[in-house]
Design a protein around this ligand. Structure first.
Ligand SMILES: [Zn+2]
Ligand SMILES: [Zn+2]
Length: 167
């Protein structure tokens, strides 16, 4: 399931798509449209340099390792008729990512099932998704496409902040 890139609301169907982003409504899209235009203007070479910079930063969690990338994990949490599920993004080193992915898998295994009917459906899907993510995290040698997107967004955010700053 995707989330609105502006307000964070879950989008079940439809919405507006722009440059890999999804928005729940027109106003939400308009609020980010200028920003997305800025993202498109950043040359690929500049993004590559930023990706290298991020990869060589020290991990903000363990303060030890480098090799930062974007890693994902799925989670499910249920209480009878209520089931919450989603995806966590981890921007950290491989070791810390594997730890978070394992924790989300354990929590999902313990607390995911107890919802009717979504807990029962989403829990096995999420566990399989997490195992797949962990294998991909463990094997990854090249920076991921998600990291390029993250770097591109970071550059656009910095550019926007520079423009907003007086002088
Ligand atoms: Zn929205
Ligand atoms: Zn770390």
């Amino acid at each position: 399931m995707s989330k609105c890139a502006t307000c964070g609301k879950s989008i079940i169907a439809g919405g507006i798509k722009d440059h890999g982003f999804r928005f729940c409504s027109k106003p939400c899209h308009q609020r980010k449209a200028g920003y997305i235009a800025k993202m498109r203007q950043i040359p690929e070479a500049v993004v590559k340099i930023e990706v290298e910079k991020i990869r060589n930063m020290r991990c903000s969690r363990c303060k030890k390792n480098t090799g930062i990338d974007v890693h994902k994990s799925a989670f499910v949490w249920s209480m009878i008729f209520l089931t919450r599920f989603g995806e966590n993004k981890h921007i950290c080193c491989k070791t810390c990512a594997l730890k978070s992915q394992a924790m989300d898998t354990l929590r999902t295994t313990a607390f995911g099932w107890w919802g009717i009917p979504f807990g029962l459906i989403m829990t096995p899907i999420s566990i399989v998704a997490n195992v797949t993510q962990m294998v991909s995290t463990a094997r990854r040698k090249q920076p991921s496409a998600a990291l390029s997107e993250f770097a591109r967004e970071r550059l656009a955010r910095q550019a926007a902040a520079r423009e907003a700053a007086p002088g």
